[in-house]
Write a protein of this length. Structure first.
Length: 222
């Protein structure tokens, strides 16, 4: 499994002509993964943009994921798919991948410690924990704070000691340059961002700054 630290999630609107330039800048700035996520685009538009992100991911030797939609992920040769708690079950996603003779990463969102404990037993490659802070992209969920991150870190340590397979997690939700230190201080080693990256005028510089903070946080947590 390839290591990753900065996971960039798009929130593409119907009229966002500069999104591909922003994604290019995110990859150049250090984003390891870009996730195609949009509640506004139709399937044809998702495929069109997905193919272009695939090209950029190959260009920079990075990864490209799709939110929710396994069909779009397969059609655009994504490296992975991210599923929510109410989306396609992981077991069914694996079956469909097998039928397509395709193996890709699967990530799954968690919002409670119980969900994080359960996902460690599923056939996922990583899981998300959040939303850590309030964010308009996750208005249906109550912010979990950094306390849940600490709980997940402690649970993972105990699980590994008892022989359970370790699985990486990524903190997500309202994380930005001003609060990322708090997130890293609670034990997170990977972060996912949406507005803190793609709403910035200089996406490249912001990606570099976030990666630098993540690397500094890892050194402090050693």
């Amino acid at each position: 499994m390839r290591p990753f630290r900065l996971y960039a999630v798009t929130d593409i609107r119907e009229n966002d002509p500069g999104i591909l330039q922003k994604i290019d800048a995110a990859y150049r700035g250090g984003a390891d993964i870009v996730q195609l996520r949009s509640k506004f685009l139709n399937d044809s538009e998702l495929c069109r943009i997905g193919h272009k992100i695939r090209h950029l991911a190959d260009k920079y030797q990075r990864m490209y994921f799709v939110n929710d939609r396994l069909d779009i992920a397969l059609a655009t040769r994504a490296d992975g798919i991210h599923l929510g708690q109410d989306d396609l079950p992981v077991s069914e996603a694996r079956k469909l991948m097998a039928k397509a003779d395709c193996r890709m990463w699967i990530g799954k969102s968690t919002h409670t410690l119980a969900q994080a404990e359960a996902v460690m037993l599923e056939d996922v490659d990583y899981f998300g924990v959040g939303p850590v802070f309030a964010t308009p992209t996750k208005q249906d969920y109550t912010p979990v704070g950094t306390g849940l991150i600490s709980q997940v870190v402690n649970f993972k340590r105990l699980a590994v000691k008892t022989g359970r397979q370790d699985k990486p997690f990524v903190a997500i939700g309202g994380i930005n340059l001003s609060n990322v230190g708090e997130v890293l201080g609670s034990g997170a080693e990977r972060i996912a961002v949406v507005r803190a990256l793609f709403d910035e005028e200089d996406v490249y510089a912001r990606a570099r700054a976030l990666c630098s903070r993540i690397d500094s946080g890892k050194l402090q947590n050693v």
